[in-house]
Structure formats: C-alpha cells, structure tokens
Design a protein around this ligand. Structure first.
Ligand SMILES: *Cc1c(COP(=O)(O)O)cnc(C)c1O
Length: 428
C-alpha cells in the first residue's frame, strides 16, 4: 500500500520549487520514476549544470595559453583562488581577509591545529564529540602524539546523556565551566554528520573562551546548510569541505577561516610555503617568506585550478539564491519529511534520532533502522525505488533533503519506500 500525500507533494513542489533546474539529477536505478530521489547531497552534492562550461573554459585556457595562463586571460590562474574568497566568506559569515580556499578539510584542520593547538603543562586537552567524524578523531589524536602527548589522556570525548542521542548545549557549557581550565582546544562539528544535530556554535564558543580555550569548528555538514556568522560569533578558526552541500565536485578543495584577531600575529605559528608569501614579491624567490596579514598566509601550495572552476560555478548559485532563502525552504522541506516519517515510524521498528527542534538541526534527518539492516535497506531503497540515502554503521540511514534541489516529491518517495520496505505492525 502506498502512503497518502503524493498529490500534496506535487502541489508543494509547484508552489515552492527550489532550484533543481540548475543541477543534474541522476537517473533512478529502479522504481516508477525517471529521476533518483537524491537525498545524499550531504555526502556528495549534485553537479551544477554550469560547472561543465566553467571547467572547460580553464581546460581551453590551458590548451591555448599554457604557462601564460597563470597571468593572462579573463581569469588568470595565479590569483584564481581569490575568486572563491568573497563568496565563501559570505557563506560562513566572515570577512574576506579571514577566509581562504585551499587543500582538503582534514589537511586544513591539521594546519589550523598547528597554529591553534598549543598545549602547555596543565592545559593540554582537546575537547571533541564522541560522535565526531573519524577523520577528525584521527586528526586530533595524531596532533596530540605530535606534541609528545598521550592521545588517550589528552583527547576528551563528550558523550550525550545516557539514553539520549545528541549533545545538550548546557552540558557542553557545564563541562567547559568545570574542566575548561585543562582544555587547550575545543574542536566540534557544527552539524554532526551522523545525528544531524546543529550545535549552538556561539554559546559553546563563548563558553570555551570563558574557560580560556581556543575554539575551532568543523563545518563540513554546516556550510551551505545553515546560516553561519563566524566573525560575529568570535570563532577562532574553522574548516569545511565543499563537495557536500557546496556542490563543488568529488574531493574538491576545502575552506578555512581564521578570525581577524589572529591575523598577522607573529605569535601564531604556521607551516609555510611559497603560496603563503606576499603575492607582489612571490616571484623574487626570496629565502624568507613575507606572509600577508590575511588567511592567505595559511596557503602553502599553488592551488589546483581545475578543481576550483566548478566551485566558482557553485558558489555563484549560493550568492544568487542567498542562505536565508535556502534556510527558509530547508525548514519547510525537512519538516515536511519529518511529518511523513511521523506517520510511518510509530508502527515500525525505526525512529528519527535528529533533534525535533528545527533550530537544532540542518536539513538532514537520521533514522535508526535496527542493527544490521541499514546497508541492506539502503541498497533496496536505491534498487527498488530509486531513492538514494546512505547508511552509517551500524544502524543509521541519513536522509538529506537539500533546499537547492531536493523536492517534496523526493521526500514523499523516501517515506513511501521506507513504509514498503520496513515491515510494520498494526497500531493497537
Ligand atoms: C566529510 C567530512 C570530513 C572529510 O574530510 P576530508 O579531509 O575532506 O576527506 C571530515 N570531517 C567531517 C566532520 C566530515 O563530515
């Protein structure tokens, strides 16, 4: 039996259509509809239709200009990465001088920890979430070892209360009030990749500062998903990838933010390379770097233009649409999906673990589906219904209706397919 509401979903899509026409939506692997119901933009964002032309333009410039393309043409390659600075800064609520696109996310976390994890005897702890993304866990543990410290001792993992799925802001703040004198660095995810929880970034940043710690944020699942104001929130540093909600292509470059107050500070150490020296004198090939007092001082290498071209396409879409319009549609779309799931979860062994309060989440809803079942269910959703979600061990599937291109009908299809695939009991 099909769940009700397909007509409603179609009508909502007419009234509140988003920008799906700007993206390539992949075909469905199975089911009754031509296009996939793509709910995995939190893992890899869809390709903007304009990306191909912008990438080809740089391939053409390479073919016709070769090395002179570094300094000539409509978009010379040497300063190309700066085309990404202002739009990235707008997305995270930063000044352009505080923002730079470079490397990959985990690399940026390392480079920023080189600058901002400075353990001293008595204050050497790094505070993370127990539910941190593994790469972040490995990064902080290896930073501890790099300083000759024992990661089992130094890395403190915050857990939700027993029986709860997500952290409470007040518990993080209390922890910092009690134990913060030992904490050198707080490094948390803005939106948790597994639960979809959005933490209270300004409140936790302030609590970290009150305790005398520095506070950095991994915004992999927050950027392009929820509005951010890193400068005003006084965040020390942040990093994010661009292949998830920012639709910049597989493995594309990452962003980094360093608060203005740390820029040009000679006490802040950095790992340096020739791209972090003052551009005007870079080709003097001097033996000592002259870094600018901007986040560009953290850049090490000559950045890959072919990876940056699709990002330019994608960031222009965010500038055009604006984060506040996207967030507004996101709130409507995700609560619609939540309402549909509410009609099927009470009679099935599945439950949504993402906070119900829209202020405490982005677009993603995570569903616990029972041990051992997540991978199989994910496969069947794709093969039999053309619904793309992903599974995370051991028992979670993640559904992310992305406000730029997901539709109400995608949400309806996901709920309908789940209702078919997960056996229910009749409510008493
Ligand atoms: C996606 C993601 C990463 C991925 O790191 P890369 O260095 O880009 O491979 C890291 N941390 C979090 C929280 C993520 O969600």
């Amino acid at each position: 039996m099909t769940i009700p509401g397909e007509e409603t979903a179609r009508r909502l899509d007419e009234d509140d259509s988003g920008h799906r026409d700007l993206f390539h939506v992949p075909p469905a692997e199975g089911g009754r509809y031509a296009e996939a119901a793509y709910l995995v933009g939190n893992s890899l964002g869809l390709q903007p239709r304009g990306a191909r032309a912008d990438l080809l333009a740089e391939l053409d410039a390479w073919a016709t200009r070769a090395v002179t393309g570094h300094f000539s043409g409509p978009r010379p390659w040497v300063p190309y990465y700066r085309l990404l600075t202002a739009p990235s800064a707008r997305l995270v609520g930063a000044l352009p001088v505080e923002t730079v696109v470079m490397n990959s996310l985990t690399v940026n976390l390392h480079l920023l920890m080189v600058s901002f994890y400075r353990p001293t005897p008595g204050r050497d702890r790094i505070l993370i979430e127990d539910g941190a993304f593994p790469s972040d866990s490995y990064a902080v543990r290896s930073q501890a070892r790099h300083h000759g410290l024992d990661p089992d001792e130094v890395v403190v993992r915050l857990r939700p209360r027993p029986g709860e799925e997500t952290l409470r802001t007040e518990d993080v703040v209390d922890h910092l009030a009690r134990e913060g004198h030992r904490v050198a660095l707080v490094l948390l995810g803005g939106v948790n990749y597994l639960t979809g929880e959005l933490l209270d970034i300004p409140a936790i940043t302030e609590a970290g500062h009150r305790a005398g710690a520095l506070v950095g944020w991994d915004l992999a699942h927050a950027v392009g998903n929820v509005p951010l104001a890193l400068h005003d929130w006084d965040v020390d540093f942040a990093a994010w990838c661009t292949y998830k909600y920012l639709n910049s292509g597989p493995g594309s470059l990452a962003g980094a933010f360093v608060h203005e107050r740390h820029l040009g500070d000679p006490a802040v150490s950095r790992f340096e390379g020739w791209w972090g020296t003052d551009e005007a004198t870079r080709f003097e090939m001097a033996p000592v770097s002259r870094p600018p007092a901007t986040a560009d001082a953290w850049v090490i290498s000559n950045p890959p233009v072919l990876a940056m071209a699709p990002m330019r396409t994608s960031l222009a879409i965010f500038d055009e649409v604006g984060m506040s319009a996207l967030r507004a549609r996101s709130l409507r779309l995700t609560s619609y999906l939540e309402q549909l799931l509410d009609t099927i979860t009470p009679t099935r062994p599945i439950s949504v673990i993402t906070p119900r309060d829209p202020a405490r989440r982005g677009c993603q809803l995570s569903v616990r589906v029972g041990r051992g079942g997540a991978a199989e269910l994910t496969k069947r959703l794709a093969h039999e219904y053309g619904v793309l979600v992903d599974d995370r061990e051991p028992d979670i599937i993640r559904l992310a209706p992305v406000p730029l291109y997901s539709s109400y009908h995608d949400c309806w299809r996901a709920a309908d397919a789940l209702a078919h695939l997960v056996e229910g009991t009749t409510a008493a």
